[in-house]
Ligand binder design. Structure first.
Ligand code: C2E
Ligand code: CA
Ligand code: CA
Length: 239
């Protein structure tokens, strides 16, 4: 599991991490999650995979805590798990017994197939103290009616908009209006895909709350995250 830091846009402090799974195959080398996550979904292995991610994230959060860094970790939750009561109860039990601080990143499309079921599971997560984030906002079939119904704490603007932010006014306008909409609905806004300092400046002007991207840090294994955290306090240059 790798962790990518999330940085507060105003003061530059690290406010949490996103857990991103990695697979180093002995013969095939690195296999991208975009390749094997859909396979895990199709072959019925996604629940096991996600449970491993949650288990590992909780263990790593304990290690971070014991080094003085008590920070929330975001985990990606696949769409079909929003209709899986067994998974939801397992995850809630695990989070409660460990006293973990987790956020579940879901996509709006995950809610579309069975909205009543998905929303009831999202409410269960919230009730257990798990934060909810809407991932890849703007990339798929984003619908205002779902945005209104999903009780999320956070909205993540898809990186396709952020990567284009320097190239024209349209993406900028879309980000600005999305920030206003999210704030009006009581959500904080994360911009992902932040690759340089100029983009940091633009996103700060547009009112984003949190930034994530290669400019702040690539996703790193736990030992490198500990090293990153101990040097970041001095690195005001990227903020
Ligand atoms: P995502 O949830 O949208 O994760 C963000 C992706 O953007 C990650 O790719 C990350 O490495 C990449 N990224 C971060 N900063 C930058 C940047 O500045 N520029 C660019 N161009 N890219 C950046 P990654 O790790 O390859 O993951 C791809 C996707 O695989 C994720 O997209 C997520 O949908 C899925 N995924 C990864 N880990 C898990 C997992 O544990 N469970 C599930 N269900 N899905 C996962
Ligand atoms: Ca994500
Ligand atoms: Ca995303």
């Amino acid at each position: 599991l790798a962790y990518q830091p999330k940085m507060n846009c105003r003061d530059g402090h690290i406010s949490g991490f996103e857990a991103l799974i990695r697979w180093n195959h002995p013969a095939r080398g690195r296999i991208a999650p975009d390749t094997f996550i859909p396979l895990a979904e199709e072959t019925g292995h996604i629940r096991q995979l996600t449970e491993w991610v949650i288990f590992q994230a909780i263990e790593d959060q304990k290690a971070l805590r014991s080094n003085g860094f008590d920070l929330p970790i975001s985990v990606n939750i696949s769409g079909r798990q929003l209709s899986d009561d067994g998974f939801a109860l397992w995850a809630i039990g695990k989070v409660r017994s460990a006293g973990a601080r987790l956020c579940f990143e879901i996509t709006e499309t995950a809610v579309i197939s069975d909205p009543d079921k998905a929303l009831s599971i999202i409410h269960l997560f919230r009730g257990a103290g798990i934060s909810i984030s809407i991932d890849d906002y703007g990339a798929g079939l984003s619908s205002l009616s779902y945005l209104k119904q999903i009780p999320a704490h956070e909205l993540k603007i898809d990186k396709s908009f952020v990567l284009e932010i320097e190239n024209g006014t349209t993406d900028r306008l879309m980000i600005q209006s999305t920030v206003e909409l999210a704030h009006a609905l009581g959500m904080s806004v994360v911009a992902e895909g932040v690759e340089n300092g100029n983009v940091v400046e633009i996103l700060r002007e547009l009112g984003a709350d949190t930034l994530q991207g290669y400019h702040i840090s690539r996703p790193l294994p736990l030992p490198d995250i500990l090293a990153f955290l101990s040097t970041h306090t001095q690195r005001r240059d990227i903020a």
